[in-house]
Design a protein around this ligand. Structure first.
Ligand code: ZN
Length: 474
């Protein structure tokens, strides 16, 4: 059925900024505190309390905009978005409508073939959190999150399937993390996403009615919600019914979306400039200064890895997916500048030990030890298999790889004569395998090679042993 319709998807992505204090008061911007301990008259909106804008939050928003290729407005205005909900004690949220800090920009998806435009990035305050308890207790409210600086990144309706939406999200997220603007811990609500979807007849320019699903907090639920909602709308249209403009709630456990309310328009919020806050003049010199603090972002790192270091697209992708891994790789190159070799070792001998959760990445070995081990292999100071053991020995130790290699008698300290003796001994000890070698060749050679390596405790060089074996076995 899907070949009759185009799917049109736009995303509104919220990310909490990493700042010391909240956006309009001095309360701590900290996750996981006792409920209602990071609050003051300003962020819970007591009458007469006056907001003061956090400069760091403005700078971070500008930085986010520069990372996504946005224009930065000269003047930004904060407005009140009026609505009532218990998590918003002021009954209005300070946000931006007409003059956001950043406009335009966007990121590429589908291997750089499709540009997803951003409409804007604006700065606003987060709301508190409703905590649903048992029936007796009811629902409690924690205002710690109220007033935490939040950026909203609004895309144009440029995506046409779940894959593009996920790639778009991934790029926004990794840009923010690489630039140190936000942590985007999705499980903690540090990044949330609203999805707007409509369908239209293939090739038609007329947009269908869109629905919005709010506060999706994992990539998986975004993908599932898009699939489900697309199918639901197609079925409605096919059955001659109409899609209503409404806000829907995605229930991840049941894999369904439910109508929440008919969609309000921006007029319903009665936006008006907040009389307690002056408009913000953003100097070009400040923007230029911030521009200088932006590190190399994943897209640029990937290009560097491919074009300068000669890595494959796949390897470059894997290395840049997480900033910690990419940083580790870069640091290794400061010790041993062999990009391809280091890449191979990272891919095969490091990543399997890396523990990754949505919250954290734990690399169990320091870059100096890791790079030095590769160096030792390449200079024939240590054999491959000993090197692999040595990597594990470095976990959780202060010692250097060289110290550990010496302590454990792993360095290649046998001479050519000794190796030849070992090869001869293995041949003499295995007459049956010698016969077998005449028939099965290479397969049996691997057996001999293994025996010699074991005898030498991994210290012989495999290529030397191999040549000797071929020569002596005739
Ligand atoms: Zn406060």
């Amino acid at each position: 059925m899907n070949d009759k319709y185009d799917v049109v998807i736009g995303l509104e992505v919220h990310a909490e900024l990493k700042t010391n204090s909240k956006v309009f008061c001095a309360c701590a911007n900290k996750y996981g505190s006792e409920p209602n301990t990071n609050c003051c008259p300003i962020c819970i909106g007591l009458p007469g309390a006056l907001p003061v804008l956090n400069k760091q939050a403005v700078k971070s928003t500008i930085k986010a905009g520069l990372c996504m290729g946005c224009e930065i407005n000269d003047i930004a205005v904060f407005e009140r978005k009026n609505y009532f909900y218990p998590d918003l004690s002021k009954a209005y949220q300070i946000s931006q409508l007409v003059k956001p800090i950043c406009v335009g920009g966007g990121v590429y998806v589908n291997n750089g073939t499709k540009f997803i435009r951003l409409d804007r990035i604006h700065l606003e305050e987060d709301a508190g959190k409703l905590v649903h308890k048992s029936e007796q207790v009811g629902t409690l409210i924690d205002y710690n999150r109220g007033g935490v600086p939040l950026i909203e990144m609004v895309s144009m309706p440029d995506m046409s399937n779940a894959d593009e939406a996920i790639e778009f999200l991934t790029q926004l997220r990794s840009n923010l993390i690489y630039a140190g603007i936000a942590e985007c811990k999705m499980e903690q609500g540090g990044m949330r996403c609203d999805v707007n979807i409509s369908i239209k007849k293939k090739g038609s320019t007329e947009l269908g009615t869109r629905t919005e699903m709010k506060n999706l907090n994992s990539f998986k639920s975004v993908a599932r919600a898009i699939e489900y909602e697309t199918q639901r709308q197609i079925e409605l249209v096919e059955n001659g019914e109409t899609v209503l403009q409404e806000t829907r709630r995605w229930d991840d456990e049941r894999g369904k979306s439910f109508s929440l309310r008919t969609k309000e328009t921006s007029q319903d919020y009665r936006y008006f400039p907040d009389p307690d806050l002056l408009s913000v003049k953003i100097e070009r010199s400040l923007v230029d200064e911030i521009k200088k603090t932006i590190p190399m972002l994943p897209k640029q790192r990937k290009e560097l890895y491919i074009n300068e270091y000669g890595l494959t697209e796949y390897d470059a992708d894997v290395l840049t997916t997480d900033k910690e891994i990419s940083d580790f790789y870069n640091e290794c190159l400061t010790v041993y500048k062999e990009p391809k070799k280091v890449c191979n070792w990272v891919m095969t001998e490091l990543l399997k030990y890396v523990e990754k959760t949505e919250e954290n990445i734990n690399i169990p070995i320091g870059y100096e030890n890791f790079a030095n081990i590769i160096k030792m292999v390449d200079s024939n100071q240590i054999g491959q298999s000993n090197a692999k053991k040595l990597i594990e020995m470095c976990f959780g130790t202060e010692k250097t790889a060289m110290e550990l290699a010496k302590e454990n008698n792993m360095l290649n300290d046998i001479n050519a004569d000794e190796v030849e003796e070992m090869v001869k001994k293995v041949i003499a000890d295995n007459p049956k395998a010698v016969e077998d070698y005449k028939v099965n060749g290479d397969k049996v050679l691997t057996f001999f090679l293994g025996q010699v390596m074991r005898l030498s405790k991994g210290k012989a060089q495999a290529n030397v042993v191999r040549e000797l074996l071929i020569k002596l076995l005739g």
